[in-house]
Design a binder for this molecule. Structure first.
Ligand code: MSP
Length: 652
């Protein structure tokens, strides 16, 4: 976050279109939205960007698995992200898609500029590639010689002509940048990891691919039609192409970014590649790259296969969008991993929101209504409550710092300290007693103190819970805008005489969880929906747990040729096979078929392989897939294609 009267440019990562949005995506987007809304309130010239990342091998494969063209598939999933953010009232200024023409033009311009500068050269790439992470690895970086160190999936050997970016030439410049800009990477612990990584030495980066074509073509001037750009080069450029870089540059005045919000898994791309690309383009570097942690659910990593992915829309529909936003921002210190549980969310709603915030508003309307016909004047607040005002002002004085440092939970903790001052003051001064004693001016001063505190808190919480704060502000008779912000927060003025309006309970108490607890179902249902859908549900269960086509396609089935087979010593059942799935390397598969097939008869034959099984160890040896077979009382038969098929052909 930056001070007012400045340009503030906030970005989220652009989301891959091979997945539906989950709370991890919602988390980054909500943080960015909070910062953007706050910055607008302070009067800064704010631009907020989000969007979707639509190219690359992973998307092409996901589209193929669904029998769609990559563009059709990208249109569908990108549309879902956009409508979710619209449902969530995310205040983005632009939703970029990497399939937008302006983006492609901008990326090509950037490539050409870096090429003309001598930072890009042509060579041959030989190494390992993780399609799931869209990342290149050296042999040394792999786990057990073949698995991706980030996601654990098997990598492919890639050997192809490629253009390279001279990343190694930027090592010293990057280190200088990290040294001279203390907060360029947040939090500090993450920065240290990056600095150490860069100090360990950087290799040039492969930035084009020739083995598939779902990507941005290289600039025509290079006349290299076989190549498409590496998806991360394409994706990172979105932060400038969204402002018109390379096409209509009218919004480039927003550059450099104030804060790129990213998850910890993609920090390296943002904190190393991206600044190096920008240096090559002679563009200023972002002010902060802030990496948040990951969300788990009830202590477990979320994944589609476990069926425990939290659907942010279901949570917001059940518990309220603003409560969900508050929970996400408050529950976990930025940078650390967090756990989503309905219990934790309920506790926040009942305690922080219901008791501390909601009740305080009720008390304001209760007291002002009972004693003063809802009319409140601030004229004696200074006289009777300078002490409380000072305490509040001292806390609020430094609160923005927490936003600069991305300590969002501490920002909220301090606001709650202010609410505590207000709640405590009511108990300490007992306005009901003052009324009995005939000290109406003192009772009024107390009610006005609380109203003023609530007004300040509302300004500071508007970016966190815009809908509920809108209601609180209406009840207090104030407007949440820059003028009020300047008056109450910056100039520490008191509100003008006002009339309080009664509002409904803002955060009614929640006694029971509202969503089904995590169990193997991809999408959760609210309890209400659950009841009304009971009939259909029963039918589904009777129908032998039917699955959708998407669920089926989560299993990758492929034709492979068995190129080698040997018996596993000391095992009655196992054969060790090397199976070619057309991936540039063979897969080792341990199959329990020794009693039915000899090793020799298998070599050269084809089989149907489950290709996306998590690798497992059997008798200390790695198995990276499974052959499909059927076994009955007459023995076991492998399932094979009727006629030979190209290695790697998908079974669908
Ligand atoms: N397309 C790239 C980003 C390119 S930015 C130039 C990408 N996309 S993603 O859809 O896979 O991830 C987007 C963001 O979601 C990342 O910041 C990632 O950290 C975040 N999350 C994915 N799962 C998450 C959790 N379980 N918890 C929190 N955030 C997580 O990477």
């Amino acid at each position: 976050m930056e001070e007012s009267c400045k340009n503030v440019y906030i970005t989220t990562p652009i989301y891959y279109v091979n997945d539906v949005a989950h709370i991890g995506h919602a988390y980054t987007t909500i943080i960015a939205d909070m910062l953007a809304r706050y910055s607008r309130l302070t009067g800064a010239n704010t631009y907020f960007l989000t969007g979707t990342d639509e190219h690359g091998q992973k998307i092409a494969q996901s589209a193929e698995a669904r029998g769609k063209t990559p563009k059709e598939y990208a249109d569908e999933v990108s549309g879902k992200f956009k409508s979710l953010w619209d449902d969530f009232d995310i205040s983005y200024d632009k939703f970029i898609r990497t399939t937008d023409d302006e983006h492609k033009i901008g990326v090509q311009k950037a490539f050409e500029t870096m090429y003309n500068k001598g930072d890009i050269y042509k060579g041959d790439y030989e190494g390992y590639y993780c399609v799931s992470c869209e990342t290149f690895f050296t042999e040394k970086q792999l786990v057990d010689e073949q698995f991706c160190p980030d996601c654990g999936k098997p990598t492919n050997i890639v050997k192809e002509e490629s253009f390279f970016f001279k990343l190694s030439a930027y090592e010293d410049k990057l280190i200088k940048w990290y040294e001279e800009n203390e907060d360029c990477i947040l939090p500090r612990a993450k920065k240290n990891e990056i600095v150490n990584f860069v100090k360990g030495g950087l290799r040039d980066l492969s930035i084009s691919r020739t083995s598939f074509d779902w990507g941005v073509k290289l600039p025509e001037s290079l006349n290299e039609p076989k190549h498409v750009m590496y998806v991360w080069l394409d994706a990172l450029m979105n932060y400038i192409t969204a402002l018109g870089y390379g096409s209509d540059e009218k919004n480039m005045n927003h550059w450099p970014a104030s804060t790129h919000l990213v998850g910890k898994d993609i920090l390296r791309f943002h904190a190393i590649y991206w600044p190096a690309f920008l240096m090559s383009l002679d563009l200023p570097l972002p002010k902060h790259i802030a990496a948040h942690g990951w969300w788990t659910r009830d202590g477990e990593k979320m994944s589609k296969s476990k069926g425990n992915v939290v659907d942010p829309k279901k949570v917001a529909d059940a518990y309220g969008l603003d409560a969900f936003r508050y929970f996400m921002l408050r529950e976990v210190p930025f940078g650390q991993d967090g756990d989503f549980s309905q219990k934790a969310l309920m506790d926040r709603i009942n305690s922080d929101l219901g008791n501390d915030l909601g009740n305080l508003l009720n008390r304001i309307s209760g007291m002002s209504g009972k004693y003063f016909d809802f009319k409140v004047t601030s004229k004696d607040v200074e006289k009777f409550h300078r002490k409380e005002l000072d305490e509040v002002e001292e806390i609020l004085e430094n609160i923005e710092d927490y936003l600069y440092k991305m300590q969002l939970n501490r920002y909220l903790e301090d606001i709650w300290k202010v609410l505590t001052i207000a709640n405590k003051a009511i108990g300490d001064y007992e306005p009901w007693a003052k009324m009995k004693e005939g000290k109406e001016d003192e009772a009024m001063a107390l009610v006005a103190l609380i109203t003023n505190i609530m007004a300040r808190v509302s300004l500071l919480l508007d970016s966190v819970m815009p809908e509920k704060i809108g209601k609180i502000a209406a009840s207090l008779g104030i407007t949440i805008d820059n003028a009020t912000y300047i008056s109450l927060i910056k100039n520490k003025e008191l509100i003008a005489d006002t009339t309080i309006t009664k509002v409904e309970q803002l955060f009614p108490r929640i006694e029971e969880v509202l969503l089904e607890q995590a169990k193997p179902a991809v999408v959760e249902k609210s309890v209400a929906e659950e009841k009304s859908n009971k009939k259909e549900e029963t039918k589904e269960v009777e129908d032998d747990n039917l699955i959708t086509i998407d669920k089926f396609f989560e299993t990758s089935l492929k034709i492979g040729t068995i190129v080698e087979a040997v018996e596993v010593p000391k095992s009655k059942k196992l054969l060790k096979l090397q199976v070619d799935l057309g991936e540039g390397r063979n897969r080792q598969i341990l199959a329990g078929i020794k009693e039915f097939y000899s090793a020799e008869e298998l070599v050269g034959t084809q089989a149907c392989v489950v290709a996306n099984l998590k690798p497992a160890k059997l008798m200390g040896m790695l198995s990276e897939g499974m052959l499909m077979a059927a076994k009955d009382e007459n023995g076991l038969s492998l399932i094979r294609p009727e006629a030979p098929k190209t290695i790697g052909t998908k079974i669908s």
